[in-house]
Structures are given as C-alpha cells and as structure tokens.
Design a protein around this ligand. Structure first.
Ligand code: HSE
Length: 425
C-alpha cells in the first residue's frame, strides 16, 4: 500500500481540524483510498497546543528546515495564514520538492504565480481547495466537475461572517453594530473584522475562483470591492417589503465586453436559491453553457469543514501521480489581452429623502430618465411634515449611469440619495 507522510504548519483551528481528521480516519483511508497517510511532523510554536491535540513530542519540529529536510514528509500542509512566514515556508517546501496543500486564500490569491513556478520547477503538487469556501468543494468542481463547460457566470455567498451579520439584521432587525458584536462573540468575526466586513476575504476567494472559471489570471486588483459596514437595517427591511434579501455577493461574469469581478452587498429575489443561504453558510451558484446552473452549498469555515477540504487535497495528491497546474498563464498581473468591465450592468435600489411637494416625484423620475434609468418598483413612505422617503428599484442599467444620476439628484436640491444598493439579476 502506498505510504504518504504529511507535515502540518500551524495547528490553529484549521490545522488542528486537519490533524484530527488525518489521525481519526487513518484506517478509513487505508480501506477506501488504499493509501496510508501519517502525520510525520508538525510545526507549531505553541507546543502545549500540539501536545494537547495528541501530537507525539518527537514529531514537533523546531523550525521549517527540520520539516522540509524530513525525508518521511511528502506533503506539507500550510494553515498558518497571512503572507509572511506562510509564503516563505511554502516556498521552502516546494523548493525541496514537497507537495503543498494550503488553506491560505490571501497567499494563493496574491502569490499563486510564484508558488506555481516553484512547484513546476521541482515537480511538486500545489493544492488549494481549502482556500475558497471551506468545506464546499468548489475548486474541485471547477477543475474536474464542470471543466467541459464555458462558465459564463458565478455568483456566491463566500464569506460566512458577513452572511451571519446580514442574516441577523434581516431576521431580528438588529443594527449592523449589534450583529457584528454577536458574530464576534460567537467567534465568526475577528476582533478586527475588516478582512471580512470590508470584503477582502471574499475578494481574495473571487480572484482565485474567477481565474479557474474563466481560464485567465484575475488579479486581486481587478476585483471591485465594497463591504457591508454601511448597510442599514432600514434598507434591509425595505428590501424585505419588496421581496428581496440582502447578501454580500461575489459575482464573476464572462461577457462579450470582458470579465466582471465584483464583491458588494446586493439584493437577491426571495425565490432565488442564494436567498435561502442563511447564517454562516456559504454557497456558490455556477452557470455553464452545457450544464446550466449548479449550486454548491455548505460550511465555508471552521475546523472540520476546512480540514475536510485539506484532507481531500492530501488524498488527491497521494493518489494522483501527475501534477496539474493552471490552465492559464499564471503571472502576477494577468493577461494584458483580458478586458475587465468597470461599467457593469445591474439593477439598483435607491432610498431617497425627498421634499414632499407637488411635482417632486415627477422631477426625480425625469432625472433618472436623463440617464436612461427606468424605474421598476416604487414605494413611498411619509417622513416628517416636509419630507418623504422614496424607495426605487430600477430595471437593469449601467453602474456609471447610476453613479451619475445620484450625483445629479444630490446636486438638484430636490432630494438626497441616502443609500444605493445593487440588485442581482
Ligand atoms: N472568515 C471567513 C468567513 C472564513 O467568514 O467566511 C475563512 O475565509
């Protein structure tokens, strides 16, 4: 039976989950995969943590050199995170000819070109299923499940923290601040939540997924990004009244004018499969020319779901002798021939405070019409004696037209645009 030795760098939440799955399923993998996988080394500064997990003392390495020089180690798992030591250690492992499995989305998003070059040079494997959407096998699906398709769109809820916050705001009517505190208390959000709430985490993942889906390197810098920190419960409730749910969406589209990649809050119609994805769950909705629509749903984070993705990569590497690399030229800046669409099309939700007098509504509608923006739905709520709140949902228009219309309305003195949210089609 084939024997494979694994080293784990970092025994935090994900590394710990990986260790548990590997040690608890040894016999299962022998039986079902015909491979004997053993943990031969771990690199963890907190020795007590490693010992508490059951790692024998002699398997705790003192430094990365001990790991990469260990001839019993074939596969190195990186679960340290960030782009400092993790980048250095992964390169050390690849340069020593070890296959690497990583859960590090920031590292893979920013440096996959460099890592892949080192992997190819040393005939090592490089696997990253756990970098995107935790336990949901979206990368394997793109590589080995729907590769016969031209993918024309991908829409996902790929950050559990923000989905938890938005779900709480919708279901309990709490403010963004209160929902964030709750997410922090439950361990979903970090003390510094910016990577999640400002959309960085989702944008790293979208850059990776869009590169695989569209067969061209989509650099992080090309991903349009807006977070959820300015979302108000009022807008969520207004959306609800109109039959919409608000989600932080990651959208990738291949259009005739080029590629669109964007992360931003957006309303989805209540009947859409993504609308039902609540709490910390994730989902990705992929549309291809032959398969039609495919949706993957599950846990995008956590020790066991993300550990599951890592161990699947370990098994894949252990049972495949050929290494597969990108289907596209993997450079830092991507292909110069690839166009990106900044003036993308979307429908929009606007909330305006209007001076409540005869003709105001007609004038506002006329301003939208100037930018060729057609109104699909309209809701008016009375405010104080002099003002009213207008909620408008438009038909599909262009991003720049929506921005220009907002500037024009605000300059007109007729109304003030309080919020603008995109509505996914
Ligand atoms: N912080 C991420 C999330 C999990 O909330 O989905 C890891 O990417």
């Amino acid at each position: 039976m084939k024997k494979v030795g694994v080293a784990i760098l970092g025994l935090g939440v994900v590394g710990g989950g990986t260790y548990k799955i590997l040690t608890e399923h040894e016999e299962f993998f022998r039986r079902t995969q015909e491979v004997e996988i053993s943990v031969e080394s771990v690199l963890e500064l907190n020795r007590e943590r490693a010992i508490a997990l059951g790692v024998p003392e002699e398997k705790i390495a003192g430094n990365i050199a001990e790991v990469v020089c260990n001839s019993d180690v074939d596969i190195v798992v990186e679960t340290i995170g960030g782009v400092g030591a993790a980048r250095e250690f992964v390169l050390d492992a690849l340069n020593a000819g070890k296959t690497v499995v990583t859960s590090n989305k920031e590292l893979f998003c920013k440096y996959s070109h460099e890592l892949e070059r080192a992997a190819k040079r040393h005939n090592a494997g490089l696997y990253f299923e756990a970098s995107c959407v935790g336990g949901v096998p979206v990368i394997r699906t793109l590589l080995d499940g729907v590769q016969s398709n031209e993918i024309y769109s991908m829409m996902g809820i790929i950050n559990g923290t923000t989905n938890y916050i938005l779900t709480r705001m919708a279901k309990c009517g709490c403010s963004y601040e209160d929902a964030l505190k709750e997410a922090q208390a439950l361990g979903y959000a970090e003390a510094d939540p910016s990577a999640d709430v400002e959309g960085f985490d989702a944008a790293y993942k979208l850059s990776i997924l869009a590169s695989l889906a569209f067969h061209t390197k989509v650099p992080f810098a090309k991903v349009f990004r807006e977070g959820i920190a300015d979302v108000t419960k009022e807008d969520i409730q207004n959306g609800k009244a109109l039959g919409y749910c608000l989600k932080l969406l990651a959208i990738g589209k291949q259009t005739h004018s080029g590629i669109e990649v964007r992360v931003h809050p957006a309303f989805v119609k209540e009947g859409h499969p993504l609308a039902a994805v609540d709490g910390s769950f994730n989902a990705v909705y992929i549309s291809g020319d032959s398969v039609g629509d495919v949706m993957l749903y599950g846990r995008g984070a956590g020790e066991m779901p993300t550990g599951s993705a890592i161990v699947s990569d370990i098994i894949y590497a252990a049972t495949h002798s050929e290494n597969k690399y990108s289907t596209f030229k993997n450079t830092a800046t991507g292909d110069k021939e690839t166009n990106y669409v900044a003036d993308f099309k979307s429908a929009y939700y606007f909330r305006l405070t209007v001076t409540d007098r005869a003709g105001a509504l007609a004038k506002i509608a006329a301003l939208f019409a100037k930018y060729n923006i057609s109104i699909e739905e309209l809701l008016q709520k009375s405010g104080d004696e002099k003002t009213a709140t207008l909620i408008l949902v438009t038909h599909e228009t262009h991003e720049f037209a929506a921005k220009n219309a907002v500037a024009r309305i605000n300059a007109s003195g007729l109304a003030h645009v309080e919020s603008v949210l995109r509505v996914a089609q």
